[in-house]
Design a binder for this molecule. Structure first.
Ligand SMILES: [Zn+2]
Length: 212
């Protein structure tokens, strides 16, 4: 019998305009949530807009929200309230602004901290043991509980524990923000398959050019 603690899977598909989807694992469900909207893409270091596909609004409707949450929390039940979508976007945008500030080493805005704290203070998705006679925990997740769990994740993310591990991709033309969860703290890229390999290719070409 496994303990079903609330571990939220991370990562999601981003879809650039050219149609080549790629998997971006930000390392944190709260950061993944930030990447369902445009703020992280618009604010990040003001550089040229990259081709990552980040910055597209993924939460157009309550159905989009429920589907996004269900992929991480199992089925989301109970009638969602009309205000849930606005709540979710508000929390999401605050997390996004905090992520940008954090990656740049800037001060976190008190107004965004207030919003995260407000959601984190409400009941979250409870951990549950499997094997009981009643359906518990994940089977009855409500939207607001899921938002609370994401907010609590954000509290950990922007608290002292993660110190210095929220960074942006090392590639010049990419500003995606991630939480470095590697033991050595050595993650440099949004994705090895994407920016990591491109950097390798560039390095190889430069080497070949200077040898020629
Ligand atoms: Zn990158």
């Amino acid at each position: 019998m496994a303990v079903a603690s609330v571990v939220i899977p991370t990562g999601q598909w981003l879809a650039p305009d050219d149609g080549t989807r790629w998997w971006f694992d930000s390392g944190s469900a709260a950061l993944d949530f930030a990447y369902t909207g445009s703020i992280v893409a618009e604010q990040a270091d003001g550089g040229p807009r990259d081709d990552s596909g980040a910055g597209v609004e993924l939460l157009h409707s309550l159905d989009n929200l429920i589907a996004w949450l269900a992929e991480r929390f199992g089925s989301v039940q109970g009638a969602p309230r009309p205000g849930d979508l606005d709540d979710a976007r508000g929390l999401r945008d605050s997390i996004a602004r905090l992520a940008v500030a954090s990656s740049l080493g800037e001060e976190l805005a008190a107004s965004d901290i207030d919003i995260v704290n407000l959601f984190a203070a409400t009941p979250d998705v409870p951990p549950a043991l499997s094997g009981g006679t009643r359906q518990a925990g994940h089977a009855s997740v409500r939207t607001q509980q899921a938002l609370s769990t994401l907010a609590r994740e954000a509290v950990r993310l922007f608290g002292p524990e993660a110190g210095g591990r929220i960074r942006s991709c090392s590639a010049e033309d990419c500003s995606l923000i991630y939480l470095d969860t590697s033991r050595a703290g050595s993650r440099r890229w949004c994705s090895m398959q994407r920016c990591g390999n491109r950097a390798k290719v560039r390095k190889h070409r430069a080497k070949a050019a200077s040898a020629a």
